[in-house]
Structure formats: C-alpha cells, structure tokens
Write a protein that binds this ligand. Structure first.
Ligand code: FES
Length: 106
C-alpha cells in the first residue's frame, strides 16, 4: 500500500498507509489527520480539504481540473502547489507522497 505523509502547519508529520483508489482526503479522514475538514465529503464543492503538494510530487499528482481550480479560489492561502485532496486519487505511484496542510481551511 502506498504511504502518504501529511505535515501539519506546526510541522508535525503523520505517515499512513493509503488504499489505492481512495482519495488523499479520504485517507486523511480515515486516519484522523487533523486539519482536513472535507465538509462536502469529496464533491469538490467546499475547498476545506486543501493541501500543498510537496514540490517533488507535483509532476506525479498532475494538474488540477478546471472545476478544482475554480473551487481552489475559495481556499485559504492558495499557492502554486495547492490542491484539493479529495481530487487526488491514490495510485501506486503515490507511494511516498508528501502533502502539507495549511494553517486553516476556508
Ligand atoms: Fe469538499 Fe474536497 S472535500 S472540496
């Protein structure tokens, strides 16, 4: 199973095993990672699952869709590497993925 590391705003890191085809958001919720709210449950309509993909992983995770881009406008402190974690579906290539959680959501 691919391992994903979440690093929160204070620098605390959580490495968990993810299931293929679950999203990075669902994986975080399942493992009680603090800081990912996911109010809409993964429908790409709340922007409270915002994460920053580590620079080294941007190529692997790819570009956000147009719908995700539009929703990201509502996220707090958006950066070039911002993604909505409900739109990142885990695949084996994600093994070792690092995402950072913003100071707050929304
Ligand atoms: Fe709502 Fe990702 S969970 S946009």
């Amino acid at each position: 199973m691919p391992k994903i590391t979440y690093i929160d705003h204070s620098g605390r890191s959580y490495t968990v095993e993810a299931e293929i085809d679950q999203t990075v958001m669902e994986t975080a919720i399942k493992h009680n990672i603090p800081g990912i709210v996911a109010e809409c449950g993964g429908a790409c309509s709340c922007a409270t699952c915002h994460v920053y993909v580590d620079e080294a992983w941007v190529e692997v995770t790819g570009e956000p869709s147009e719908m995700e881009e539009d929703m990201l406008d509502f996220a707090y402190d958006v950066r070039a590497t911002s993604r909505l974690s409900c739109q990142l579906r885990v695949k084996s290539a994600y093994d070792g993925l690092i995402v950072r959680i913003p100071e707050r959501q929304g």
